[in-house]
Design a protein around this ligand. Sequence first.
Ligand SMILES: Nc1nc2c(c(=O)[nH]1)N[C@H]1C(S)=C(S)[C@@H](COP(=O)(O)O)O[C@H]1N2
Ligand SMILES: [Mo]
Length: 218
Amino acid sequence: MDDETPPPDSKLTRSKQRWASEHKFITGAVARPREQRLPPGQHLVRDWPVLDLGRQPDVSHERWRLKIGGMVAAPVTLDWAAFMALPQTQMRSDIHCVTTWSRYDNDWTGVATRDLLDLVQPRDEAAFVLLHGYDGYTTNVPLADFAAPEALLAHGWQGQPLTREHGGPVRLVIPHLYFWKSAKWVSGIELLGADKLGFWEVNGYHKRGDPWAEERYS
Ligand SMILES: Nc1nc2c(c(=O)[nH]1)N[C@H]1C(S)=C(S)[C@@H](COP(=O)(O)O)O[C@H]1N2
Ligand SMILES: [Mo]
C-alpha cells in the first residue's frame, strides 16, 4: 500500500507520529475478561466513600491554578479558563481503594493526562510524577502510569461538577492503580527524573499500587 502513503504533514501522519512517540508510555496492561473485574481482596460498594486527611480545601474557580513543571520543556500554570479550553475527555472507569472497596462505572469528565503532557512536553529524563494537592497531600506515580490512556484530570462525575469532598474543582483519576494515587484538589504536577515518595508512600503504602497485584503496602 505504498502508493497510499499520506503526505508527511497530513493529519493522519501527525496522529501516527504521536501514537509512535507514545510507545514509551505503554504499561503492558492487558484487557481482562468480565469475570475478573473485581481485583483480589476487594468488595463492591454502591455508595462513594470519602477518604482524605480531614482537610477539604475550598478552592473557587477564580483562585484555582494548576502548575505543571519539573522536567518538562514547556512548564505552564493553567487557570480555570485555560484548563477548560483544553480538549475535554469522557472516561468510564472503576475505582479500587486500598481499604478494600471498589466502585464500578464512574463517568468522569476532564482533561486526559496525555493531552496535558502534549502541552508541557516531558523531557527524555522525566520518569516519575509527584502530584500535589491543595490540602498538602502528595502522591507519586511512574510517568508511564500517569500517562495511561484512561488517566485524566477530572472536574465532572456522572454529568455533574465534581464535589468538593471528592476533590473538586479538579482531581486526578488513574483507574488502574489504587485510589490513593488519584490526588484530590490537585494543585501541582511535578515531573521528576527519580522517584520521590508521597504522603502515604512514606507511611508504608506501596510505591506503585497495582490492585491486580495487591500492591497495598511496601
Ligand atoms: N489531596 C488528596 N488527595 C487524596 C487523598 C487526600 O487525603 N488528599 N486521599 C487519597 C485516598 S487514600 C483515597 S482512597 C482517595 C479517596 O477519594 P474519595 O474521597 O473521592 O473517595 O483519594 C485520594 N486522594
Ligand atoms: Mo485510600
